[in-house]
Design a protein around this ligand. Sequence first.
Ligand code: GLY
Length: 392
Amino acid sequence: MTEVLAVKTIKADIVESIQRNVSRIGTRNPMVGDDGPDFEYLYPEDYFWTDSFWTGQLWLAYGLTGDESLKNSARTRNAHLETILNTPLWIDHDLGFLFSLSVVADYKLTGCEKAKSLGLRAADALRNRFNYCGNYIQAWNASSDDPEKMSMAMGKIIIDCMQNLGLMLWAYKETGIESYREVALAQAETSAQYLVREDYSTYHTFDFDPKTGKPVGGKTHQGFADESCWSRGHSWAVHGFAKLAETTGDMKYAELSAKLADYVIENITPDGVPVWDYRLPLDEVQYKDTSAGAVTAAGLFILANVLIKAGQVSRGTRYHDFALKMLKGLRDEYDLTGMSDAQGLLRGAAQFVKEGQRENKPHLIQGMLPYGDYYYFEAVLLACGHTDFFWE
Ligand code: GLY
C-alpha cells in the first residue's frame, strides 16, 4: 500500500517538473546534462538520436493531463522530424526511438494523419536498412570522410536496436504489410543469437561480414570491454524482449527477457541502481548509470505484466517487486523533481564513461540523460498500472 502511494507521488512530481520545464526547454531537444549544481541540459546544434525523449515525456504528460500546452510543445518537433527523414546521413536505426515517441505518440493520442504518415515513412526507412544476407538491421552509417568506418558500419548491429523494432510492429499493425513484422522479428532473432551470451550477459555490438553476412564477433562501444556487460545495453535488451513478448504474445521473448532480468538481479548492487557496466573491475571507479536503472525497471514491469497475464503470477510478482526496488533506489538518491531549477528528472546517468575519461568531459561520465528521464517516467507510470505507451 505504501509503495502504491509512493509511486503516485513520484508520478505527480514528474508531471509538475515537466510542466515547469516546457517554457525553459522550448523547442530544443535535450541531449546530455550536468550532474549539478545547475542540472541544465546541453542541446544538439542540428540533430541527435536523443531528439525525441523530451517529446515522449510531453506526450505522456499530455495523455495524463489533457494540458494543451504539452501537446502543442510536442508537436513543434514534427517539422524537425521531417527534416531528419529528408537528410540521408541522419537516418540510422534510431528512427525507432525518434519516431515512436513523437509522431506515433501524436497519432495514438490525437489521430493526426500527418503524424501517422511521417511515422510510416520512418518505418519504411528503418526497414530499408535490413541486410537480407546477414539477417540484420545495420545500426550506424558511414561518415562522409572515413572509409574505414564505412565497412565497420555496414556489418554492425547493436543491442540498442531492440528498442527500434516497435516502430515497424506499429507500421505492421496500421498497414497489415508483413515485411515490417518480418524484419523486426528477424532482427530480434539475430540479436538473441549473437548479442546474448550463454550466461545471459550481453554484448553491446556484434560485427558481421557485410558482403557474406557471416558472423565475426562481439565488441563493445560504450561498455568497459568487449567481453564485459554494459548495463544500459543490457537494459535495452531486457525491455525490448519484454515488449516484444507483450506485442506478439510469443512467450519465448518473455523467457529471454526473464533470463536477462535474472542476470541483472544476480549482478546488481544492493541499492538496486546499476553500476555502468555489470562486469566493471572493482579497482575502477564504480560510477552508476541511473538511465540503465530506469530502462531496466520499466522492462521488468512489462515482463511482470506479461507473465502475470499468462498465469505465472508468483514469477511475475518477483520481477514487479524487483522493479519497485529499483525505482526506490532511483527515487531515494537520484530524483531531481524536488529541485525547481533542474531541467531533468534523474541525475547519476552515464552516457559514455570511457569517452568522458579520455576527453575530460565529466558530463559524459555522470549527468542527466533525456532517455533516463523518459524511462523513469515510463517505469513510474507502469508501476501505477498505466498501460498506454507508444512503442508499437
Ligand atoms: N543508444 C545509445 C546509448 O544508449 O547510449
